[in-house]
Structure formats: structure tokens, C-alpha cells
Design a protein around this ligand. Structure first.
Ligand code: SF4
Ligand code: SF4
Length: 121
């Protein structure tokens, strides 16, 4: 098998360990034990403080239309965003659902804020 063939092989199920791999596979790192977090949109004032506190190697928080959202497949549950929120709007989610297709246009795009933050770190 050539190197190009090896590179084109899909990652094994559950092995999405780097952010790029998680974006590609649309799945969480199977080693993460903490629940992903969710934003209560009815309390959120869209200040983006949580986004700035999400470590770029996770990069799970995005502006989506008029909302601020957490992509659960990219959220490790590290809770760095929680104390940054002035409204107490972020909590762990037992009942999280896979992200809708349209959210996956955000991570890795030219407007991905976490890529810009990683470059400037
Ligand atoms: S818990 Fe951690 S990874 Fe998840 S959104 Fe908050 S800061 Fe980002
Ligand atoms: S820090 Fe809180 S209020 Fe601000 S955008 Fe995030 S969830 Fe909304």
C-alpha cells in the first residue's frame, strides 16, 4: 500500500483524537470521559467570552447565525468556558445530539476563529 493510499484510509472508528481528525470523523475522542457542554440560548447574551476561553486545540464554540453554539463532538468537557460566562449559561449535557450537517461547515473553514487563535498563540 502506498503512502497516499494509507493517508486516504478512514481513521478507525472511535479514534478521532486530534481536532482535524474529529472534524473529519465528526466524532468525539473516545478517551474523553467528561460530558460535552451545551449553551442555554435563552440566557446567552452572545458576548463570545466562552469562545475566547475554549482552548484552540478543542475549538468547539462558534457563532452560528444569531446564536453561539458548542459542537459536542469537539467539546472535551474541560469546562474552561464555564467561569468565563457572565450569565451561567453553559452546562454539561447528558442528552447531547450529534451536530447538524450545517454546523460542520464552521470548523476548519477560513472563518474558524480557533484556527486564527492557534496561529496567533
Ligand atoms: S468545555 Fe472545554 S472544549 Fe468544551 S466548549 Fe468549553 S472550553 Fe471548549
Ligand atoms: S460566555 Fe455565556 S453569555 Fe457569552 S456567548 Fe458564551 S454562553 Fe453566551
Amino acid at each position: 500500500m502506498s503512502k497516499a493510499d494509507i493517508k486516504s484510509q478512514p481513521a478507525p472508528a472511535g479514534a478521532a483524537r486530534g481536532r482535524d481528525a474529529r472534524i473529519e470523523a465528526r466524532e468525539r475522542n473516545d478517551k474523553w470521559r467528561a460530558l460535552p457542554l451545551v449553551i442555554n440560548e435563552s440566557d446567552c447574551i452572545r458576548c463570545d467570552a466562552c469562545m475566547r476561553h475554549c482552548p484552540p486545540h478543542f475549538g468547539a464554540i462558534f457563532n452560528w447565525r444569531y446564536d453561539v453554539i458548542i459542537i459536542p463532538e469537539l467539546c472535551s468537557g474541560c469546562e474552561k468556558c464555564v467561569p468565563a460566562c457572565p450569565m451561567g449559561s453553559i452546562r454539561p449535557s447528558e442528552e447531547w445530539n450529534p451536530s447538524p450537517d450545517e454546523w460542520w461547515a464552521l470548523p476548519g473553514s477560513h472563518s474558524d476563529p480557533h484556527i486564527r487563535r492557534r496561529r496567533s498563540a
